[in-house]
Ligand binder design. Structure first.
Ligand code: AMP
Ligand code: MG
Length: 477
């Protein structure tokens, strides 16, 4: 049932390595809907044994993967899974091939002096955020479970240790190609390319090799572009969009210093290490495009003549911008219920974004308030900010021409009513550190599963609480 699908690419790429055995591990969080959706159907004890390294997955050999990466623009040739083990892949009952990876499962040849461990807090964050983002309709890796290891991890003080069990449709990163390019390993890169294409539903045609590679690159660009539009739609700030944290299939991976935008600003940054604002909210699409450029450079290894390939790759990158610009216009149309094209649409959007920035309005609540208005309900829960009142008249004048029901339906499906707010995520994390469970999460997680549902919520879940200029996130170590 399980297998090691990266092993044929080469032992330097998928290095055999067993996860640490945590005998006292306990299952802290378990995503039973993923468990059934993928057809694993594990009971809690089987999950505990497999995910704590006590029992290997049948027929599989655990590996850690090599990759390089541009970290904040600086190239690092040897990163790789320094605290993660890919314990096996399987075909889910959905038909998807799924990789199962443990994070925090001990040091590997790629640890570079790190301890290979993960603290409970970041593990809980990954569980909550990946579930919330998937439910918001954002492509994301999943989190099947979080286990406490029963051991301590030293960060700034001693913290409880944990293992994250991550599910992903692929662990192939831009950095995976960068690594093989650096090794000048054309054979391994071709194998990786074939696998990556298959994962994305594409066929590598050996007779039309070059065209296959361009098709692949274009698909990666499209997947990245679409992911950026989704992040913009829901206000997600990844925080560490390095090429090693960029999956070629366009799923969100690595919930380290991520956060949700509350008070709106395109220049919003939360990560303590992002001092230049390289990965600020509004910078993310540029950075995704830049990362795609690094993929193109790596793929040049597969061409005998570089110049014509560079020209084709460059043209595809231009398409990235065009696709993004079209999607960007549509994004605001969707969020504002602008069913038809109107001459004043663009000005309306620009003015709204300026007002939101100036008055530090909550991104989610602002659009929820406009949605509630069109729904003719929940307007007490989602009041329109005073500062928007003059603007509102103009928006109403345009949208009143359209069918109210259709406007509301469009807005409901693009404007979440609830999101995983930063202070609540922190509260849940704190609960887990203090008492190993969280009554807040028990109810909140269920609500986060249907974030586009316009209903009555506890006030606390909707309140923009974290001070946007003070809230800081740290790399998920
Ligand atoms: P990240 O910032 O989580 O994407 O990690 C960047 C690189 O650092 C990856 O190669 C990780 O495997 C490695 N890394 C992060 N934390 C640790 C740790 N505690 N021990 C060893 N390696 C780590
Ligand atoms: Mg990473």
């Amino acid at each position: 049932m399980f297998y090691s699908r990266y092993t044929p690419i080469g032992e330097q790429f998928a290095v055999p390595a067993a996860p640490t055995v945590f005998k006292d591990a306990e299952l802290v969080l378990f995503n039973s809907s993923l468990n059934t959706q993928f057809g694993l159907n594990w009971d809690a004890e089987s999950a505990r044994l497999y995910l704590s390294g006590q029992q290997p997955l049948p027929d599989s050999h655990s590996v850690c993967l090599a990759y390089s990466g541009h970290q904040f623009g600086q190239f690092n040739p040897t990163l790789g899974d320094g605290r993660a083990h890919l314990i096996g892949s399987f075909t889910a009952s959905t038909g998807d091939i799924i990789d199962l990876q443990l994070k925090g499962s001990g040091a590997t040849v790629f640890s570079r002096g790190g301890d290979g461990l993960c603290a409970l807090g970041p593990a809980v964050r990954e569980f909550v955020m990946s579930h919330a983002l998937s439910s918001l309709g954002v492509p994301s890796t999943g989190c099947l479970a979080v286990l406490s290891t029963g051991q301590s991890v030293y960060r700034q003080g001693m913290l409880s240790g944990a293992v994250v069990a991550r599910t992903a449709r692929s662990h192939i990163r831009v950095g995976s190609f960068q690594y093989l390019a650096l090794q000048q390993d054309e054979k391994a890169m071709t194998l990786l390319l074939e696998m990556a294409m298959k994962d994305m539903g594409l066929k590598f045609d050996d007779e039309r090799r070059d065209e296959s590679i361009f098709l692949f690159f274009q698909s990666v660009c499209e997947a990245q572009c679409d992911l950026m539009l989704k992040w913009l739609q829901v206000g997600f700030i990844h925080g560490v969009m390095n090429t090693d944290n960029t999956l070629i299939n366009g799923e969100t991976i690595d919930y380290g210093p991520c956060a949700m935008m509350e008070a709106f600003s395109f220049s919003r940054v939360f990560s303590s290490i992002d001092r230049q604002g390289r990965y600020a909210f509004g910078q993310q699409p540029n950075m995704a495009s830049w990362n795609c450029g690094r993929l193109a450079e790596s793929l040049l290894l597969l061409f005998s003549e570089e110049q014509p390939a560079i020209e084709r790759f460059s043209a595809i990158l231009v398409n990235f911008s065009e696709r993004f610009n079209d999607g960007y216009q549509q994004l605001w149309r969707n969020k504002l219920g602008l069913l038809q094209v109107h001459i004043d649409d663009q000005a309306l959007v620009t003015e709204l974004l300026e007002l939101m920035t100036k008055h530090e309005l909550d991104y989610t609540n602002t659009f929820a308030s406009l949605t509630a208005l069109k729904l003719h309900q929940l307007q007490d829960q989602f009041p329109v900010a005073e500062a928007l009142k003059p603007w509102l008249v103009k928006w109403q004048a345009i949208t009143e021409q359209y069918d109210d029901g259709q406007v509301a339906a469009m807005m409901v499906s693009h404007n979440p009513a609830i999101i995983p707010r930063n202070d609540l995520v922190e509260e849940v994390i704190n609960d887990y550190y203090q008492q190993g469970n969280s009554t807040l999460l028990d109810t909140w997680l269920e609500a986060l599963s249907t974030p586009y549902q316009y209903t009555v919520y506890p006030e606390k879940w909707l309140k923009s609480q974290s001070d946007p200029n003070r809230y800081q996130t740290f790399c998920g170590t």
